[in-house]
Design a protein around this ligand. Sequence first.
Ligand code: ADP
Length: 420
Amino acid sequence: MLLGCIADDFTGATDLANNLVRHGMRVVQTIGVPADGASIDADAVVVALKSRTIEPADAVAQSLAALAWLRAAGAPQIYFKVCSTFDSTDRGNIGPVAEALLAALGGDFAAVCPAFPENQRTVFKGHLFVGDLLLSDSSMRHHPLTPMTDANLVRVLQRQCQGRVALIDHETVRAGAPAIGQRIAALRAAGARFAIVDAIANDDLMTMGRAFAGLPLLVAGSGVAIGLPQNHGLAASAAAARLPGPGGARAIVSGSCSAASNAQVADFLARGGEGFAVDPLRIAAGEDVAAAALDWARARLGERPVLFYATAEPAAVKAVQDRLGVERAGGLVEDTLAAIARGLVAQGVGQLIVAGGETSGACVQALDVAQLRIGPQIDPGVPWCHAASPAAGAAGLHLALKSGNFGTPDFFTKAFAGLA
Ligand code: ADP
């Protein structure tokens, strides 16, 4: 293994894995920490945790467990993947987890950079920009769990850390990898534990990737990953994204109500695709909607994909939530869609798209998927994956897990065409 990664949420893990694959690393993403002694054949393993907003002590414990597994598996460098908008509070969890990982690695310095210019996340003089706005002027200032009201990441991280946080500014980055290396040496000598590193273009990420080759720990968004495969003589190629050949019938399960998913469902139906609408009120009334959906599916499964969707416009979702409560409505729909996904795979679906972050989590759990081999990108942040699942038999299952707002309107059609 060339790189061991610990991601603080599931879709962030996939985003990171996708970037590593695009730049030449073969990657497996695991859901939680793999079992002791499990062996995984990959250049990089990304352990997906759900630790972004849990208690700091729990986030530290889970991250250390992931670290222990990755080190036992031989990972020479560790990448702690955080949100590109640095989602955290003064209590953590970025600082406490980063300090615990650094201490466990016996290191004295880590580089920190959430920038991903391709996705409109840049860092200049330590300040994070989302598009043209400072982080603190972006919609992230209203985030319900991690409101980001300070764009100065040196200050933000310092509030979460015991050790000193410094800056490696863009002038140094632009001067090249040796200059970054000299600055790191000077900061370490002066007792700094972390440095926020500026990046305003992908070239900056490639430069810092070379400079970071010898560091035990990187704390970053998914962007810094693009500069790391080159340190191992790897470059972008289709080989890293190769998956076993696809087989079985094709289906889509959508529980996302975001604007992109609504457009994707509408586009699929407008092209003449067949869809089964999952009505939360019928589930709440005690009907076995999953069984009805699977009955409906039986005569229709094949090469032409079929769609199962609870996806609805905001007004319809609100009406359901007013009647059932937000959590109950969400839970009922997730359970039903997960049962449908499992039933579909048992009926011979071998290529499955799931739309929605929470919905994906529920489906992956229902399918008992523990690991995903990451394949080719469909749209930014969404790759095809291949997974073993007890429901799927020996051939396994091709899965695309799309979080809400990702993908172009023709995503459902385009994704299957790209897999053939
Ligand atoms: P996204 O990635 O777009 O946020 P998620 O799957 O994470 O999608 O979240 C969508 C949530 O909305 C899920 O809990 C899902 O069960 C719920 N949901 C889906 N359809 C409906 C609906 N018609 N009415 C109410 N809640 C719904």
